[in-house]
Design a protein around this ligand. Structure first.
Ligand SMILES: [Zn+2]
Length: 105
């Protein structure tokens, strides 16, 4: 399973992803296999954090999520999704793919 374009973390309800599936979840930014940290507890959204709402969740997070090139690719993918122009989307995608090629070997 690969996350949607631009998504580098996922917090499903514990137990909803099987052991076998948990080893196959891939980052929607760079395609890396996600780190899996089951049975977490806390706020899962900014609004939830502000309101003090907490819940149990399993955490899938990309091992590259805090690297500069990963953030750059994520921003390019956000622009790719947001633009109504197919030409601009192609330019953003090309730039993102060049960075991925350089960093994901
Ligand atoms: Zn990633």
């Amino acid at each position: 399973m690969k996350l949607d374009l631009g998504q580098d973390r996922w917090m499903p309800i514990p137990g909803t992803v099987s052991e076998a599936e948990s080893k196959e979840v891939r980052c929607g930014v760079c395609g890396a296999t996600m780190n899996y940290m089951p049975n977490q507890y806390g706020a899962t959204t900014w609004a939830g954090s502000m309101a003090g709402v907490k819940r149990a969740y399993d955490l899938f997070i990309c091992p590259n999520h805090d690297l500069g090139w990963h953030n750059h690719v994520q921003k390019l993918q956000e622009l790719q999704r947001a633009t109504p122009s197919s030409k601009l989307a192609g330019i953003y995608e090309g730039d993102a793919n060049a960075i991925l090629k350089e960093n994901c070997k």
